[in-house]
Design a protein around this ligand. Structure first.
Ligand code: NAD
Ligand code: ISD
Length: 454
């Protein structure tokens, strides 16, 4: 502006001043994965001022799985469950980031990501630039409004993804209980099962409405699902299977009932002043469309979590990484919406950025859940064409499970309810090693007996 008349004119006329803050590393998205990446950077000598985390959430990273479990029971509240307490690590409350010289921009939504110019623009116009970028934008709940379901925008219809959603739900639960109201849960997956258990534990009359013939049908066999369904039944939770939600009715902008067609196609109605919807999640990729290669609905990465643009990495729910199937041995890009992948992919990207050249990402799919007093783990895959071997005492519902045997009797998946951490570790190792087992004649006793056999 001092030497060029045109620049001076532009400078004087510009309605705002353009200030660009540069960081060595920016993490875009402040979910759980960002906290785990920060931890790995700090463990490896990050210097003050090198890292910024930008998130639209008003909180520093926390262990998201708590929201559908302990949070609904009043057992988890911030700052108690900030990352990394989920693995017994240090609790990274906001002061932790300040002490480490990490800039944490909360309530800051990125409106534009210009990967060619290594620049991010926040909604308020602030501009940031980076040398290396980690994308950790996660996923958001699929909404029934996206399908044009009539009445889906009424008040009292909840989704659960972040602390704000959980706070809204906790307040709505209290109000519904006060009013002696009834709650409906749409979807029989992870959110459906965990939230229904939370609502019931809070004394609400709950009905789960879902299209499949059993709970968590993408994982549970009919035999396993039957055990959990008996438990829900015993807790007074009703289930409407084979149902398609067709709309909601309400008064004064607030939901009063849910409409659905039952398994025979007959229209039905269910009174409910509180509805929680858990019909899946959608990765947040919109900022990067046309700039990055995509796969499986997410951002395609390699075994270092590197995307198709040099210096840009993706981790957690949004990343589609190469995974070797335990069942087929084939490699395909997949996304894993699970906290363990969130943690390990975060560490992987941080190490890659630090030049530590970690071995290519090697991940064994793992899922877990806790409902009422029950708690299960699952390792590997549950292909529909595998031979399943159920074990344990499903009547007592204390310790039981299932093994999935693929080609050649190789163990490709294992589910265990109620076992010890040591039992789970044995199953994990057996699946990772694709242990060959005889489908016939295997002694299937209690969970522990099966583990001893393995
Ligand atoms: P999900 O995929 O586990 O379950 C979705 C359920 O909704 C299924 O039963 C599905 O058939 C049903 N559904 C789909 N469309 C529907 C429709 N139009 N009407 C009625 N039902 C419909 O997804 P979720 O439960 O919403 O969970 C969201 C995300 O959170 C997932 O990534 C999940 O893995 C994650 N999560 C995981 C855990 C855990 O691992 N313990 C717990 C909570 C959430
Ligand atoms: O294990 C889990 C869990 O309980 C979740 O809610 O993984 C999900 C994550 O929050 C999604 O990555």
């Amino acid at each position: 502006r001092d030497c060029c008349p045109k620049a001076r004119e532009l400078y004087v006329e510009a309605p705002f001043s353009i200030a660009m803050t540069t960081y060595k590393i920016i993490i875009l998205g402040g979910g759980n994965a960002s906290g785990y990446a920060a931890r790995t950077f700090v463990e490896n000598g990050l210097k003050a001022g090198e890292l910024a985390i930008v998130t639209e959430e008003p909180y520093c990273a926390y262990e998201r799985p708590a929201l559908s479990k302990g949070y609904l029971l009043g057992a988890a509240r911030l700052p108690g469950f900030h990352t990394c307490v989920g693995v017994g690590g240090e609790r990274q409350a906001p002061e932790w980031y300040t002490e480490k010289g990490i800039t944490y921009l909360t309530s800051s939504r990125v409106a534009k990501a210009d990967l060619a110019n290594k620049a991010l623009t926040l909604e308020d116009g602030e501009a940031l630039s980076y040398e290396q970028l980690i994308i950790a934008t996660g996923a958001r709940p699929v909404k029934l409004t996206e399908f044009g379901v009539p009445g889906a925008d009424l008040g009292g219809i909840h989704y659960l993804r972040d602390v704000r959603d959980a706070d809204d739900l906790v307040a709505a639960m209290a109000a519904a209980k006060e009013a002696g109201g009834k709650a409906a849960v749409v979807g029989g997956g992870y959110i459906g099962m965990e939230v229904a258990a939370g609502l019931a534990a809070n004394g609400l009359a709950v009905t789960i409405v879902f299209p499949e013939d059993r709970l968590l049908s993408r994982l549970l066999t009919p035999q396993l699902a039957a055990v959990y369904e008996r438990l829900y039944d015993a807790k007074g939770v009703k289930m409407i299977k084979g149902a398609k939600v067709t709309g909601f009715d309400g008064a004064d902008g607030k939901v009063a009932s849910l409409k659905y067609t039952d398994a025979s196609g007959t229209p039905q109605q269910l009174d409910s002043s509180l509805v929680v919807v858990g019909v899946g999640a959608r990765p947040n990729v919109e900022l990067f469309l046309g700039q990055l290669e995509m796969a499986a609905g997410g951002i395609k990465v390699d075994g270092q979590m590197a995307t198709s643009v040099p210096g840009v990495y993706a981790i957690g729910d949004v990343a589609a990484f190469p995974l070797t199937s335990v069942a087929t041995g084939q490699v395909a890009h997949v996304r894993q919406e699970h906290v363990t992948h969130c943690r390990t992919s975060a560490a992987q990207a941080a190490k890659a950025i630090l030049g530590l050249s970690p071995p290519s990402y090697d991940y064994l799919p793992y899922f877990y859940s806790r409902v009422f007093a029950l708690s299960w783990v699952f390792y590997g895959e549950a292909p529909s064409d595998a031979t399943t071997l159920h074990f344990g005492d499903t009547d007592e519902a204390k310790c039981f499970g299932c093994l999935w045997l693929g080609a050649g009797g190789k163990l490709v998946g294992a589910f265990l309810e109620g076992g010890s951490a040591d039992d789970a570790a044995v199953l994990k190792a057996a699946v990772a090693a694709r242990l060959a087992l005889p489908a016939e004649g295997l002694e299937v006793g209690s969970g522990s007996a099966v583990v001893a056999h393995l």
